[in-house]
Design a protein around this ligand. Sequence first.
Ligand code: HEM
Length: 153
Amino acid sequence: METLTILHSVLRWLLLIVLIVAVYKAFTGMQNKSAFTDSDNKSGLLLTILTDSQLIIGLVLYFMGPWGLKNIQNQGMAVVMKDGFQRFFAVEHILMMLIAIVLIHVGRAKSKKANDDVAKHKMAFWFYFIALVLILASIPWPFRAGFESLGWY
Ligand code: HEM
């Protein structure tokens, strides 16, 4: 389980880099009204692969790790909800990340289906950008109060 936690933690950086690149590419494509290239399509594909890998690892951690379902069963939901750290992993992290993952998938699907290239970039930009904001806000960064014990990688 510890190996999976490390993998989940390290994968955050890869996912963030690919997501930021995809947002940047979509933004410049939208501004410059440039063609939606194979490289744009591939960066969206890589993004969904990384996102889904993070989701699978996250689900295993949630159902089998110490801070997800097991903690709710052991402590009871009332106790978990009163503690910021426990509530974060039991409810907030999974909920916000699931929304972000759905946005990434919808963004890619809508971008693929859009009629013209500017619309493709526009769809990708807005969905990926909102997902990026949600992900940045829902990562247990070690500078956040209560999460100092967690590492940067
Ligand atoms: C998609 C973007 C996601 C990112 C960037 C992300 C990032 C992280 C990070 C950085 C940690 C802290 C790891 C550590 O140092 O201890 C963490 C923990 C955790 N994440 Fe995620 N996560 C994501 C999605 C998810 C999803 C979708 C789930 C559940 C389905 C999930 C479940 C968990 C759980 C249960 C932990 C606690 C692990 C433990 O310490 O046992 N994550 N996540």
